[in-house]
Design a protein around this ligand. Structure first.
Ligand SMILES: NC(=O)c1ccc[n+]([C@@H]2O[C@H](COP(=O)([O-])OP(=O)(O)OC[C@H]3O[C@@H](n4cnc5c(N)ncnc54)[C@H](OP(=O)(O)O)[C@@H]3O)[C@@H](O)[C@H]2O)c1
Length: 334
């Protein structure tokens, strides 16, 4: 099969189009013929070597974290899927590699694709949808009437999280540049702040939850937006001790990760705010619930650009500009 591989960790390093054997199936795996995949900043960060400590992929390895396609083979232990099913997934860490024609995925990570979406649209959902779900539903437990601030409402995570926040009954505020304000409003955002001309920390107050996806300065300013008892959930770092514990690292590295978030945790504690770092994980059952929300019309995909498979490198470069409006998708096959 054709696949785009990382030959060595390198900042902005080019991917190589390789010919690889078809992936082997484990008992609980389905083999998916990939029809579309999507690009995430995680792909760039993995290729650059930023995640070497947490996700030590050994080059050469296939990049890519989102898949939509058709089941063409099922392992002997597979119960939930059969050949011919149209599915989508964010394969679990250490078993990624969706910039390819086939991938073997544990069935626990897979869900049936929403029947009202094309393969291209479906591929845009898993990683960002699960991130938003785990932040707002699993960790945040957002309730109707709460106030939620989602940064970067025009990005991949933001476009999904705004819609999920509204579905959960929250008042949603977001930041965008002026050109993307209308997109954020069309997704349901109640308050849209132009981050280039306004300081969100002066506009917003008394919020229950902030989903932080930006730099350390923005993280710090986010504390001012929250009420006592509120939650600051960051997907762009710094990692907290709970995350360091989950990784099974040695004591020294655990201490390093713990120290990275000491400042923000201390400040949050003083204000009565809970700080947590979220690193999303694969989860087919949550994706099932996302499928239902999409089929009911509560959430729609936002696809900015679609690239052909051969232009995977260009798709990655476009996402790295930081200007994508929603998701960037790659079509692999019909
Ligand atoms: N921990 C996890 O599990 C996890 C999961 C998913 C993503 N992430 C991380 O979360 C971050 C966001 O991911 P993403 O996929 O949503 O990124 P993305 O789609 O690449 O974000 C691009 C968007 O961000 C907007 N933007 C840029 N700077 C901004 C600012 N200062 N304020 C408000 N909006 C701004 C841009 O709008 P303009 O063009 O208008 O500026 C653009 O529409 C990344 O760092 C990613 O690695 C982490």
């Amino acid at each position: 099969m054709r696949a785009f591989v990382v030959d060595k960790y390198k900042k902005k390093g080019a991917l190589r189009l390789a010919n690889l054997p078809e992936p082997e199936l484990q008992d609980n795996d389905v083999l998916v013929r990939i029809q579309a995949t999507a690009v995430n900043l995680l792909d760039s960060k993995v290729r650059d070597g930023e995640f070497k400590l947490i996700l030590p992929y050994r080059p050469p390895f296939v990049l890519g974290h989102d898949v939509a396609g058709t089941v063409v083979k099922a392992g002997s232990g597979v119960r939930r899927f059969k050949v011919g099913d149209q599915v989508y997934a964010r394969p679990r860490d250490h078993r990624v590699g969706t910039f390819a024609e086939f991938i073997a995925v544990d069935e626990a990570d897979v869900a049936l694709k929403p029947n009202n979406l094309s393969m291209t649209e479906a591929a845009s959902i898993p990683l960002v949808g699960l991130t938003a779900w785990q932040a707002l539903v699993e960790v945040g437990k957002v309730k109707p009437g709460e106030k939620v601030f989602i940064q970067a409402g025009s990005g991949g995570v933001g476009t999904f999280a705004i819609q999920l926040g509204k579905h959960l009954g929250a008042t949603v505020a977001t930041t965008t540049s002026a050109g993307n304000a209308e997109l954020a409003r069309s997704l349901g955002a109640d308050v849209v702040i132009d981050y280039k001309t306004q300081d969100f920390e002066k506009v917003l107050s008394g919020y229950d939850l902030v989903l932080n996806s930006q730099d350390p300065k923005t993280l710090e300013k986010s504390l001012a937006v929250l009420k006592p008892g509120g939650q600051l959930i960051s997907i762009s770092g710094p990692p907290d001790p709970a995350f360091a514990g989950k990784l099974g690292l040695n004591l020294f590295l655990k201490l390093v990760l713990r120290l990275l978030s000491r400042g923000v945790r201390k400040k949050a504690k003083r204000l009565g705010i809970r700080y947590s770092f979220l690193f999303m994980r694969a989860e087919g059952q949550q994706l099932d619930q996302i499928t239902s929300l999409i089929e009911s019309g509560a959430i729609r995909p936002v696809v900015d650009k679609v690239f052909p498979f051969e232009k995977t490198g260009d798709a990655l470069a476009y996402v790295e500009t930081g200007r994508a409006k929603g998701k960037v998708v790659i079509t692999v096959a019909d």
